[in-house]
Write a protein that binds this ligand. Sequence first.
Ligand SMILES: *Cc1c(COP(=O)(O)O)cnc(C)c1O
Length: 238
Amino acid sequence: MFIAANLALVRERITAAARRAGRNPDDVALMAVTKTLDADRIREAHAAGLRLFGENRVQEFASKSEAVRALAGARWHLIGHLQSNKAARAAELFDAVDTVDSLRLARKLNDAPQQRGTPLPVLIEINLAGEADKSGVAPDSKELEDILYAAPQLEALTISGLMAIPPFTPNLEDARPYFRRLRGLRDQIAARKLPSASPTVLSMDVLSMGMSHDFEIAIEEGATCVRLGTALFGERHT
Ligand SMILES: *Cc1c(COP(=O)(O)O)cnc(C)c1O
């Protein structure tokens, strides 16, 4: 009941934010972030209608994936930092990896044994403010260029957009320029006609940005996916 009520409210807020920006609310995917939640809560979220899920840790998801595998239509994205030595396990467990932050990691994911038969969708994580405690590649870095140029060789991956967690700003409006910058970077990459720019290799359709406290601003600035934990499930207790 609790999740269903929160979900109804969140959907209204997504719709209102999209309308304010002249956008179609259907163009904003809602990802339920289920880190720290047990399988019962995840089943409840699924029963409420949620289908797109985000988890932060390979290990944590491995321990609950058996229990939630049967949920019809559920798709699982890794949204936490991924160490190269866990890339193969992540490629096996998840439907998508939203936190590619080096060419080395992209190569590891690409070389992982494939069972899916279609390329693994990935996002490039961008560290917008150069924060030392966050992962992600810098917007103007050689690493980002290297990943974009390597895309045609990464045949088991589809690079489908960008993801970021902007710095926490007590004043919500201060987050807006970061969202705008990520969108600008996306648009700039999409416009460049890179040699890799074929839709099965590199498309820049996805902009994953916005969390419980700032998702409405992210939507106004172009987010196509918002990642919500607290707004759906309440405060995390761990
Ligand atoms: C935890 C987490 C979220 C959700 O955070 P809330 O503030 O609870 O909505 C979104 N994205 C990432 C990468 C996270 O780690």
